[in-house]
Design a protein. Structure first.
Lengths: 127, 127
């Protein structure tokens, strides 16, 4: 995901969504542990323009603009608490979707305008 | 991730990277199982412009432009085989990075120009 304002992204993904911070390189990126994966949030102004080298090798440039999308699996029973938490952070719930298989999603925006979804974890038959 | 040409993305992520296809909605998206998560690849021309409804509720619009980034964990011992496979698909390896902790990454581009990384799975102490 991309966020030009990493401080604002950290308040959203770290404080509000309670993800565990793994790496924060000022003005370049913040990385969060997220289930069995890692959520990488980059400042596109940095990663698309400033070449980083590790042991002499370039890390390729990247950086997209415009709203991306991220879905995070949560327990169905926890969704009401997540809605309360979003409200307490003054985050507007943009939409709620009831999927044909009985799963349920809530959608809202991160501070950069990315579309974030909390979905009950059975949507694709996954834990 | 975003790809305007989903057929080309499917050859790359499905055939070459051998991810398991879960959902393909023509011209809108392809979803792949990827470890404990799901890789969602959307055609931004569709998801940023054409409102989808599920049981009467809107699925929020999104769609970024420009090169995104994705890292997939692989076994360190499998990296030489992945390099051979990339070569056999005429995919250029853009960079190789040796991380300070002993992990190793190879970087290349998907057909849309997104930066894809295969990284030995110990990079963040994860499986």
């Amino acid at each position: 995901m991309y966020a030009e304002d990493l401080e604002a992204a950290a308040k959203f993904y770290g404080d509000m969504l309670k993800l565990e911070l793994i790496s924060w390189e000022e003005n370049r990126h913040i990385f969060y542990k997220c289930g069995g994966g890692m959520l990488l949030i980059f400042n596109p102004g940095h990663t698309s323009a400033e070449q980083t080298f590790v042991n002499g090798s370039p890390v390729p440039l990247h950086g997209a603009k415009g709203p991306g999308h991220l879905a995070l699996a949560v327990e169905e029973n926890d969704i009401p608490q997540w809605k309360e938490r979003l409200i307490s952070y003054n985050i507007e719930i943009e939409s709620e979707v009831n999927w044909p298989n009985g799963c349920h999603s809530i959608y809202f925006r991160d501070p950069s305008g990315n579309s974030v979804e909390l979905v009950s974890s059975g949507l694709w038959g996954m834990d």
